[in-house]
Design a protein. Structure first.
Length: 276
């Protein structure tokens, strides 16, 4: 169960008391009141008997109305229907598919979309539908229509841009606000465009990093979920930096996806609250 609201006294006591009244057993509880925005966020994991649910839900609705809580109750075993999107670089996609296959990532991948055909073999090997949707400046409306059809047909609720190198339209960003995650190298806003690791090598950087964030209509400026870094030394070549960068991109993205999929992330303006 997750909640968000204006911060005020009594919310935690009311929620935990409601659970206790219906013999709910709390297994995990995290809460945070933000001093800067006077917002309150909570995440409570609990076990409760099915027979107690009607009474619990009725009392919970009363509490939510009293405190004006934005409340959601999720089944822990439900995996979010997810669309993975990729371009030519498939390291993040391959890592996500491995984690799904091994049962360590709490998502239900419904399909893979790409503007190139390179990742089809990965999709085929995973037994997933692969949709090749080329995108050019002239075909963007048709490409978005095809993308929306995939999303609707597959019942997608969550989109992961696993090194998808096209800009989504503002309407898609708004429709899935808080439910699209992107990954990119953390050299931005420096070293934009092609071969950022090579240009970072020429500059003599000492850290390689990656940033996973929620997608907004402002390119690469959405609320940050996860960031990871690795140190660089003078013996490393540009290819070493590329390899290191791909590792850290894959790790940061997987971490962000799992945080979202287990309902540990809360958007708070241009920032996030993350319950680890």
């Amino acid at each position: 169960m997750t909640t968000r609201s204006a911060d005020r006294t009594g919310i935690v006591a009311s929620l935990t008391g409601c659970l206790a009244d219906h013999d709910g057993f709390i297994t995990e509880l995290a809460q945070f009141g933000t001093p800067q925005s006077d917002m309150f966020f909570s995440r409570i994991c609990f076990d409760i008997k099915a027979s107690a649910l009607p009474g619990f839900n009725e009392d919970l609705a009363t509490i939510c109305k009293k405190y004006d809580l934005d409340n959601h109750v999720y089944r822990a075993d439900r995996k979010i229907p997810t669309l993975l999107m990729v371009s030519k670089f498939d390291h993040c996609l391959a890592d996500l598919l491995y984690r799904v296959r091994s049962g360590t990532l709490n998502i239900d991948v419904r399909a893979i979309v790409s503007n190139h055909a390179d990742a089809k073999a990965l999709a085929d090997n995973a037994g997933l539908a692969f949709h090749h949707i080329p995108v050019t400046s002239k075909t963007k409306p048709e490409a978005e229509a095809a993308l929306r059809k995939v999303i609707n047909d597959a019942g997608v609720e969550f989109i992961v841009l696993a090194r998808y190198m096209q800009i989504l339209s503002e309407s898609v960003c708004e429709e899935f606000s808080g439910n699209i995650i992107n990954i990119h190298h953390s050299f931005l806003p420096s070293f934009k465009g092609a071969k950022p690791y090579h240009r970072a090598f020429d500059k003599g950087v000492k850290l390689i990093g990656a940033t996973a964030h929620y997608v907004t209509s402002d390119l690469d400026e959405g609320p940050i979920i996860e960031q990871m870094v690795k140190r660089v030394d003078h013996t490393m070549t540009p290819n070493d930096l590329v390899a290191m960068g791909r590792d850290v991109e894959a790790s940061a993205l997987a971490r962000a996806v799992q945080l979202h999929a287990t309902h540990r992330t809360f958007i708070n303006g241009n920032k996030t609250v993350i319950f680890q």
